[in-house]
Design a binder for this molecule. Sequence first.
Ligand code: BGC
Length: 721
Amino acid sequence: MGEHQLKNLLDQMTVEEKVGQLVQLATPFFKGASDRGEITGPMVHMNIDEDDIKRTGSVLGASGAKETINIQKVHMEENRLGIPLLFMSDIVHGFKTIFPVPLAIGCSWDLDLAEKSASIAAKEAAVAGVHVTFAPMVDLSREPRWGRVMEGTGEDTFLNSRFARSFVRGFQGDLENDPHKVASCVKHFAAYGAPEGGRDYNTVDMSEWQLRENYLPAYKAALDEGAQMVMTAFNILNGMPSTGNEPLMRGLLRDEWNFDGVLISDWGAVKELIPHGVAENEKQAAEKAMKAGVDVEMMTSCYVNHVEELIEEGTLEENILDEAVLRILQLKQKLGLFDNPYRGASEKEEEDYILSPENRKASRELASKSMVLLKNEGTLPLQKDQKVALIGPFADNTDILGPWSWGGSAEDTVTVASGFSQYLNEDQLLTSAGCGIETGTNEQLEVALEKAAQAEAIVVALGEHSDMSGEAGCRADIRIPEVQLELLKKIRSLGKPVTAVLFNGRPLDLREVTENADAVIEAWYPGTEGGNALADILFGEVNPSAKLTMSMPYSVGQVPIYYNRYNTGRPEGAPDAQERYVSQYLDIPNEPLYPFGFGLSYSRFEYEELTLSSERIRQDESLSVSVKVTNTGDYAGEEIVQLYVRDLVGEVVRPLKELKDFEKVYLHPGEEKVVHFTLTEEQLRYYHANMEHKSDAGEFEVFVGPNSRDTKSERFRLDRK
Ligand code: BGC
């Protein structure tokens, strides 16, 4: 069907049918769904009937070829014009083969593997009948209290933008010709990651300067890569809920960025305009969201019950409705649904592809590349001939998939204990929980201590259960629960080498953990192959290479904390700083416990000979930056070499350091490599007070190093002409 035919189709549609396309309901509403039984109540509640369901445009959360085919079949028979349904789902970090959570993927700094993970997730979902994924989530966040930090790749604009592109490429690829790809919906527009106090759904208030400089680029990157859809955010932005925010949606997203794809509300967010206090009732909520340009209303019924009336009384122009419908039809067309409403759905392919050994292998590889070694006093790797006690609530726990992994299952998940059993025989491995995640008993503790006493090395697997992060998973105290810290301290008192492994979805205050362990590794939620990936690292099969993409705070009191901060007029540590009147805390340091970009290896990498090709460059020239990196340790391994820049004098303040590039190098013991970067004027641009994006002539400092703290630096000047 061409554009002309789509318009013809639109012409044949009644207003009711058009509005139906804007409605998205969850699977149980549809005939043909396996769990349809319970739906009468919600339908009454939403004031919708069977005819509304027949006209609905899209389905939320359906999966499984059998079910999606069935729902579509019934729908095609019942929809007057035979307009197929779109199936949308949250395929965030895998469908059945679960990959590490996105924050962990960020720490791999591995754009290719990130793309591959999205591509596998897309195919697993597509054969199960899914057409659109609500991913990537690219909300920049400096807020470890916010549970959803695990859904994004971290605190850095540049890195998040790169990952946004990789994910979109992986999900979408050649969408129009490949039924194994799914359309990507970037979310949550905009600035959802900056809620006050780190509390989910809370107020966001930031300057346009901050928004454009740091928060918007990753959404834009996803759209530049071709993401077909955008989802609104729950939060207000500068006083106006995103979902009814006309300047943001029509002004910025559509007019300035020329986005012509489908904009969907987040779950129930149209109706939430009422509790936000910007709409009196559902009708006004519908009006505001429609006028803002929100095409699809997810899970509430303001549109279906009121848009027709709004048009009839002249409050809303019908062409606003027509534009929204056309965008939805165009997406259905792109996905090939008018030719084949079942698209990639195939029970046979589900059988062959989902959780295939190759998919598991990719997940294992990405998981081992995303675990960050934070401390190692010579304890790791473990010896394979030792007796090892594996203690802690995550020792043999399948809750390591993390939030947003609803397609994954416990039976398919490799726990730490089963991962270890690949390297140790039965009598070398002593496993015991020691306590639960939030509570414990003396009995549990005693069993664990007794086992630990028999071992030569102890691994303590600690963390947060997956409901402690993710949506609505906010915490004000970002330490691991007290009972686990107590367990660790008791284990530590045995005087044996202790490795602490952490499973969690946010940067934590790890002070007490690092004080009570000889080695610490942040495993995040590593996914289906988590136990294997961890074992690969701990037993030295894989040399850790991941680096943090969010600062690990010293204490929650530092939050929000991020490396690319500004200097203040009274910076701590300046040569003329006074003792008291400087920007500092009296009780804790300013610096995080572990900075952005930090992560250890079993090897050591030395940085020497940082060289710039010139002391000055003109605007049309580029600067070459090189550094010699040598592996001075005993293990072959990968190092992530990071390049940062500081603009020493700007029209507005500039960050102390900003990541501009990175390079991964694999080096054998004793091997050295010269790593080259190229810096151009474009990379030195920033938002000025009048929102112009340009660079300034003047002096810049270039930093290269293994993390954002331990860098070498040189200076150069940018000349206008
Ligand atoms: C979340 C979205 C998600 C949607 C659909 C909402 O609660 O905020 O990220 O895509 O639900 O499941």
